[in-house]
Every structure is written in C-alpha cells, then in structure tokens.
Design a protein around this ligand. Structure first.
Ligand SMILES: Cc1ncc(COP(=O)(O)O)c(C=O)c1O
Length: 386
C-alpha cells in the first residue's frame, strides 16, 4: 500500500459503523462532521492485518503480551522522540483520560485545587470536577495573531495560592500549539519550586509540524512528573482503548499503580494489544504519509479561512489536526453558531467545551480529505452570510 496523497484523499465511508463522529444522534443525514478528534482515514495496513491474524485464533482469553507490547512502545518512543523508557516505568491504561483521572486521585485530595491552562480539552476539567477537586483555570495568553502562549505568571500565582497538582496538555488541544522546550522547562521548574506534581497529556506528541519539535515533559524532568501517551490519536485507533502512563519517579508510579488497582482498572484487551503493537512496530510509513498530508491541510485551512471567513481568525497551527477558529467578530455564541452550522450541514466542536474562554470559538478537525475541509468551510461561510 502506498500512503500517498491519493490514499488520504480517498477518506472513508464511516456512516452506520457505530462511529461517534458520523453516527451521533445530533447529526443530520447530510451533516459533514468535523468535530470529535478522530480522522477519516483508513489505518495502516499492518494494524488491520495484525487484528485479523489474531482474530483467526478462536480464543480470546487473558493475555501475557506485556513484554512484546512494552518493546514496541519503547522502540517507538526512542525512534520518534528520543525518549529512553524502561519497561518498569510503564503502566498500561485503557485510555489517556483514565490516566488524567488516575493522577487526580493519586496526587490530590478531595477539595484540593488542581490547575490547568485554559481553554483546554474538556475532560481535563471534568477529571478534576468529577473527583470533587477544585478546578483552577489559568487562562493562556492570547497573542495578536490568534495564537496562545503559556501563562507562567498566572500558573505561579495558582501555585502560590495552593494548587496541589498541574495538568498540562502537551501539545495543546485546542490551541493547536506545540510548546517550546523553554516553556516546558519553565513550567517544570515552577512545579519543582512549589513541590507540585506535573502531569503531561502527550497524546498529540506525534502531530507536530516542522520546524517545531515536540518536547516531552520527560525530556526536561524525571522526578515528580507523569506523562501520558497513546497510539490512539496517532494511528486512528481510539476505539480500541489502549494507552500508556510513563513515570520514572518510582514513588509517584506506585501511587498511580495503587489507584489503578483500587479502581480495578486493567487494560490490554486482545485486539488493542495486537493493533497497538503493529502500529508502533510497522506504522512509520503510514504516519509519514499522514503528516505530509496534514501539513498540507493545515496550510489549506489557513488559506480557506482567510478566503471564506474574512472576519474569523485561525490560531497558528504548530501541532494537532485541530484548528481553533475565533469567530467572535460574528457576534454569536457557540450555541448559536452550532445551530447555524447545523442548518448548513456542518458540525464542529463548540469552543465552550474547552472552558468559558472558548465562547465564540469553534474547533475544526482537519484530519480528513482536503476537499471535505473546504466543503466544511464553505458551509460555515454560507451559514454566517445568512
Ligand atoms: C488532549 C487529549 N487528551 C486525551 C484525549 C482522549 O484520549 P483517550 O481516548 O485516550 O482518553 C483527547 C482526544 O481528543 C485529547 O485531545
């Protein structure tokens, strides 16, 4: 299989596959869904083959594939991110959000303050709130060009005021931002100064566009930090539910392990393990093709937003396949925008899903054929014209 432009241009028919993105109840039959973060591309051939091969054996009992799985993950992280991880530093999870919730439970008590930079992927706040901790939103600094910077002074204030834990989205969803090494190091130093654990959700690590480069929290610090990874976004296998917590700090790792045991969280279902190992071992070529395609899509998105939505502003995209569009100049709330877009047959994620700072914004998913991105932008433009 050639993972070239033609491959990704083909997209996929996903309706009636029980797919959240295309089959959700609130969508009409002709809605173009550019919302939830998964991609409309067939996964790498090796992933499907690995599952089909495993499925051939007619028994799906308990697994003992830990070593092969760990080797695949360790090899991938070293090849792609120059990270050296040892097997004993890994804990398997069903998904990254499980990792966030586990860390909230492990490193804070009920009523404690937990700080995040906002706007931020909704389940960060939900992980804090559902565990009866107090959410401290530290607004990112909005730049003139629509991009965002880390608000380190705001975070220091939150730590001075007693925040017990920091959850970082790295790279950042929805700001489409790859944090620079200096920023990650400065945040890590702040957490060190106040003896606070820093948890870094690095699920978007592979979606960084050159010349930017991904910096893991593990590149700058080993003590008092936890990183969360998954093949789910990278290889478009989120429905399989498999993720990875990495912690080089033994005392911290034991705490997270205790929480996982207490909650009875185990992971590693047969198909997820087979698929994830194949992704990490054999997915490089597909990923290379994907990134070239997405890089082009992000440039096209920028061009089309300027052309069709002249009052809108797209945050510069250095990471993720998600664009953060500021539509405040059109004077509508997210609910109003969603309704208008629905009438024109396009669904995006409303900015308030990411916190109150997201009012008047919409997040667009450009992990799909370029032609669909253009169609989505045209439908948005039509909705805003009326
Ligand atoms: C930053 C971030 N973390 C976590 C997730 C969800 O990951 P999982 O399905 O592994 O819980 C997403 C999905 O969009 C995300 O953007």
């Amino acid at each position: 299989m050639k993972y070239d432009r033609a491959f990704f241009d083909r997209g996929l028919e996903r309706r009636n596959t029980g797919c959240e993105k295309w089959d959700a109840d609130f969508l009409n039959e002709d809605t173009l869904p550019l919302w939830v973060a998964d991609m409309d591309f067939a996964c790498a051939e090796g992933i499907q083959r690995a599952m089909l091969e495993r499925a051939q054996h007619p028994c799906y009992g308990y697994n003992t594939d830990e070593k092969a799985y760990s080797d695949a993950f360790i090899g991938y992280m070293e090849r792609h991110h120059r990270l050296k991880i040892r097997e004993e530093e890994m804990l398997r999870l069903p998904c990254v959000v499980t990792g966030l919730k586990t860390c909230v439970q492990a490193f804070s008590e009920k009523g404690d303050q937990v700080a995040i930079f906002t706007p931020c992927y909704g389940p960060f706040a939900m992980s804090v709130n559902c565990n009866e901790r107090e959410l401290v939103s530290v607004p990112l600094i909005e730049r003139e060009d629509g991009g965002y910077d880390m608000n380190l002074a705001g975070m220091e204030k939150a730590l001075q005021d007693g925040a017990k834990l920091v959850l970082l989205c790295n790279p950042h969803n929805p700001a489409s931002r790859c944090w620079k090494k200096e920023e990650i190091a400065a945040l890590a130093a702040l957490c060190e100064k106040y003896s606070v654990v820093l948890v870094s959700d690095e699920i978007h690590a592979d979606f960084v566009y050159q010349p930017d480069a991904f910096t893991s929290i593990l590149h700058v610090k080993e003590k008092n930090v936890v990183a969360l990874f998954a093949a789910s976004k990278t290889f478009n296998v989120a429905g399989l539910q498999q993720a990875q917590l990495v912690c080089k700090d033994e005392a911290l790792r034991k705490k997270t392990e205790n929480v996982l045991n207490r909650n009875g969280v185990t992971s590693g279902n047969t198909m997820a393990l087979a698929a994830t190992m194949a992704a990490y071992n054999e997915g490089d070529e597909w990923l290379q093709g994907l990134m070239a395609y997405l890089d082009e899509n992000r440039k096209l998105l920028d061009k089309w937003v300027k052309e069709y939505l002249p009052k809108a502003r797209l945050a510069p995209i250095s990471a993720t396949y998600l664009g953060w569009i500021d539509l405040r100049a059109y004077g509508k709330t997210c609910d109003e925008l969603a309704e208008m877009f629905k009438k024109q047959g396009v669904a995006l994620t409303g900015g308030t899903f990411f916190g109150t700072e997201g009012e008047g914004f919409m997040r667009i998913n450009f992990g799909c054929p370029s032609a669909w991105v253009l169609e989505g932008i045209k439908r948005m433009a039509k909705a805003l014209e009326e």
